[in-house]
Design a protein around this ligand. Structure first.
Ligand SMILES: [Zn+2]
Length: 92
């Protein structure tokens, strides 16, 4: 059976922490979204809190930091029509 994880997406203002870490197992982190209906690792509900990558580097396990970096990189990949990114200028 395929088990595609479902997520609630969480809109974040620019500059706000947008990496959501499970405070129960400290083993899952997602960017601008949290898994539903619960944490895939510990099945905790409402256990996610937002942190910056810097903060996670401060106290996270190596595994968690690696996941946070991957989550950030994944979301930085070009996707459909990003909007409101004033820092992005045309390279043309
Ligand atoms: Zn968890």
């Amino acid at each position: 059976m395929s088990s595609a994880q479902a997520f609630w997406s969480i809109p974040c203002e620019g500059g706000e922490p947008d990496l959501w870490v499970c405070m129960s197992c400290l083993n899952e982190v997602f960017r601008r979204k949290v898994p539903k209906p619960d944490c895939p690792t510990c099945h905790g509900v409402s256990t996610y809190e937002a942190f910056t990558l810097e903060a996670i580097r401060d106290w996270g396990t190596e595994e968690l930091i690696a996941k946070a970096v991957a989550a950030q990189a994944e979301d930085d990949a070009p996707q459909a029509a990003p909007s409101g990114l004033s820092a992005v200028e045309s390279a043309d």
